[in-house]
Ligand binder design. Structure first.
Ligand code: NAP
Length: 495
């Protein structure tokens, strides 16, 4: 009998897991999705100019290559359409429960199963636990796969006076489309990859735009290109061409971008490329100086964009580097005075080091995952955690990349989990051994030593204690090798 599998999240990870289960003829799974549609981050981030700065011919499933991408870096609607198309063509929809949030998952040692509690917004009143129209339900599963992503919970800063602002304020990942920014004074707090994408669009319509920059970012050009009908037809009809193009993108990430983050041959080359880009696009030396980062390239996520700098040089856009002291009803106060605003956009990123935090997960011995991870999230291969049998993570701790496609990493993880299913079906719940976890931790620490992320900058790759909990320090190819097939001796089995 197939194991019953709960998948949390219907973004790239959750859909990939479900597709591989379908392909293996396993239909005993349910995807729980707290949002109203599939797509994860590509459903949530609808800000103007939203798109992916990794080419879509690589940032897509290897088994569902899509030859109709209209450009090298398509926008959010096209990527969301791709994911919706995957959900349809693989027949996943009947097993996706939208508007249903997993609130807790507890492992029951006696039965060797997970009890998953959900809350659905559209409850009919039955089982209404809290009197607010929310319906709670408990279901039992053999396996839980978390596919919650690393960038799904917006982070709002703690700036004094935020609630006193008289105008509209929202986070970039919760864009308020009811606000027409035409002719208004807009303040953008933050200058990461999200801000870089929407600032040029907002600058086109706003009366004035202030971009509040706390730390300058490294920016490299985004060589976008339109894929016209002829190119698309060629990619469609010639699988070899498609494969070669994808392979080239992958190899470029592995052989040129990865060494730039690992103190390798290309570090200086990419740095020079970024400085040339800055010089070419920002003629004013004073502004250029403010936009020049004071830490090594790659320490924070590099911004890949060709429209950000030109937007910052517009006469109606100011880059404000004076530290913010508080938000007041009229706008943003800095050490240098008040900057008036009608609208504030918080482009302040995500709560990245908390991973599965919103879900209360309890493993063997009643131990909570949050408690287990008090010193920082960690997982064997980024996938399995000691004391949490039959719990598997997609895009878990130390599996984010700064140089290649995260979809590739997710596929490695899904392949690995698929490889675990026959083992746990035959021998009962499987739990990674603490010794395997310790060996994994040591090898991560060793590899981390050469990576640029440690080089004295603050970034979302690290937790509060400064430990890099999010990124994978090797190449993507190495990750594929180490996740090639589960090693039974790394696990303890119930039977
Ligand atoms: P982010 O890179 O984490 O940037 C957050 C920004 O907010 C930073 O500039 C940060 O300044 C600033 N900030 C935070 N708290 C602040 C405070 N109290 N006062 C002033 N400034 C504050 O967030 P993001 O731009 O949303 O991007 C997050 C990640 O999502 C990216 O790194 C990327 O991996 C992913 N993403 C990818 C794409 C893509 O095309 N693939 C597009 C968008 C996002 P400091 O730097 O000083 O901390």
């Amino acid at each position: 009998m197939s194991p019953r599998i709960a998948i949390i999240g219907a973004g790239f990870g959750g859909l990939c897991m479900a597709i591989q289960l379908e392909r293996a003829g396993i239909r005993s799974y349910t995807i729980f999705e707290k949002g109203a549609g599939v797509g994860g981050t590509w459903r949530d981030n609808t800000y103007p100019g939203a798109g992916c700065d990794i080419p879509s011919h690589l940032y897509s499933f290897s088994f569902e290559r899509y030859s109709s991408w209209t450009r090298r870096y398509p926008g959010q609607p096209e990527i969301l359409g791709y994911l919706e198309g995957c959900a349809d063509s693989y027949g996943l929809r009947p097993r996706i429960r939208l508007n249903t949030e997993v609130v807790s998952a507890a492992f029951d040692e006696a039965s060797g199963r997970w009890r998953v509690r959900t809350a659905s917004a559209n409850g009919d009143g039955d089982g209404d636990a809290n009197g607010d129209g929310e319906k709670n339900e408990d279901e039992v599963f053999d396996v839980v796969v978390s596919a919650m992503g690393q960038l799904n919970r917006p982070y709002l800063p703690d700036i004094p006076g935020m609630s006193s602002f008289a105008g509209a304020a929202f986070h970039s990942a919760r864009w308020d489309h009811s606000q027409d920014l035409t002719g208004r004074r807009v303040a953008v707090i933050g200058n990461g990859s999200s801000a870089a994408q929407f600032v040029p669009k907002v600058a086109e319509v706003a009366a004035h735009l202030d971009v509040f920059q706390r730390t300058a970012n490294w920016v490299v050009p985004k060589p976008d290109a339109v894929f016209g009908p002829r190119m698309r037809a060629a990619l469609h009809r010639m699988p070899l061409l498609r494969r070669a193009y994808r392979e080239w993108l992958y190899r470029y990430g592995e052989n040129t971008l990865y060494p730039a983050l690992a103190g390798g041959w290309s570090a200086d080359l990419v740095r020079r490329r970024a400085l040339e880009h800055l010089h070419a696009q920002v003629p004013d030396p004073e502004l250029r100086a403010r936009l020049t980062p004071g830490y090594p390239l790659g320490c924070k996520r590099v911004v890949i964009d060709s429209g950000f700098y030109p937007a910052l040089t517009r006469p109606d856009v100011d880059v404000v580097t004076d530290p913010i002291t508080r938000i007041v009803p009229e706008g943003v106060r800095t050490v240098a005075g008040l900057r008036e605003a009608d609208v504030i956009v918080y482009a302040t990123g995500f709560r990245t080091s908390e991973f599965l935090a919103p879900v209360r997960i309890t493993g063997r011995g009643g131990r909570g995952l949050a408690e287990e991870w008090r010193e920082g999230a960690e997982a064997y291969l980024g996938i399995a955690v000691p004391r949490f049998p039959n719990l598997f993570l997609l895009y878990g701790p130390n599996t984010n990349l700064g140089h290649n496609s995260i979809v590739f990493m997710i596929e490695c993880q899904v392949r690995y989990i698929m490889g675990c299913l026959p083992h746990l079906a035959a021998r009962g719940p499987m739990e990674v051994r603490p010794e395997a976890m310790a060996t994994w931790r040591r090898s991560l620490e060793r590899a981390m030593g050469r990576m640029v992320w440690q080089a004295g900058c603050a970034s979302w790759y690290k937790n509060e204690a400064g430990r890099v909990t999010n990124n994978w320090p090797g190449t993507a190819s190495l990750y594929r090798r180490v996740t090639g097939a589960p090693r039974p001796d790394a696990f303890h089995f119930a039977r």
